[in-house]
Design a protein around this ligand. Structure first.
Ligand code: ADP
Length: 219
């Protein structure tokens, strides 16, 4: 099933073209890595995809979008606010319900965030922990597709793999911008390379070597 489709998409910011003539279709079940240098247009492309599936896409934005004074539990639970009526959300935000706590804890555990931090304020945690909380919120949300904008940029290699495994277990369809080429190849089945706002590569990940992507990073 077709989930995303762009035909000759152009995006300009203040008259400057940042995406040019982008045509791309993505089907359910695909695991797409978006690769390319900083400024190539990956975030802008993810935003176009998000606009096409707002109600069914979970997103891990680059700035994470966490509410820092609130706890890990509250931030992760926010992924499911839309599933419940406001009175239920209000009760659960004030007196977290056992089964909601258990559900959040399961996701938090899967990302190797200790359960002792469930009620810590997110603002007190490290950048890598915060990044995993934003991923936890997207996993908890569920939906048809996860869109991730550099969701492992602040964690080490082991944690990157933990995060990408958890995402893969939770979502059949993912589109993730990643700067680590070997992780991109390991956790995707399709690699879309951007350079100066254009798609210059769109290939199956199988059979590609990291060095095949080097040209994307040359100026
Ligand atoms: P990437 O995610 O690959 O780093 P982006 O999509 O964030 O690339 O950015 C592509 C280009 O668009 C960059 O040159 C960036 O400076 C510019 N850009 C992104 N967002 C804005 C914005 N809101 N206003 C103006 N320029 C922007």
């Amino acid at each position: 099933m077709l989930l995303f489709e762009l035909h000759n998409a152009d995006v300009r910011y203040n008259g400057r073209q940042v995406l040019a003539n982008v045509s791309l279709s993505i089907d359910q079940g695909e695991r797409v890595a978006l690769v390319g240098k900083s400024g190539a247009g990956k975030s802008t492309l993810l935003k176009l995809f998000y606009e096409q599936q707002r109600t069914d896409a979970a997103i891990v934005p680059q700035d994470l979008g966490l509410v820092k004074p609130l706890s890990v539990f509250h931030n992760v639970y926010m992924g499911r606010l839309h599933r419940h009526r406001s009175w239920y959300n209000l009760v659960n935000l004030i007196y977290p319900l056992q089964h909601e706590k258990a559900a959040v804890k399961t996701v938090v555990d899967s990302l190797e965030l200790g359960e002792d931090m469930l009620f810590a304020s997110v603002g007190e945690l490290s950048g890598g922990q915060q990044q995993r909380i934003a991923v936890a919120r997207a996993i908890h949300q569920g939906g048809r597709v996860l869109l991730g904008d550099e969701p492992v940029s602040s964690v080490d290699d082991h944690q990157s793999r933990v995060v990408l495994e958890a995402i893969s277990a939770a979502y059949q369809t993912v589109i993730i911008a990643m700067h680590d080429v070997s992780l991109a190849l390991a956790y995707s089945n399709r690699v879309v390379g951007l350079k100066d706002g254009r798609i210059v590569m769109d290939q199956a990940a199988a059979g590609l070597e990291s060095t095949d992507l080097d040209f994307l990073y040359r100026s």
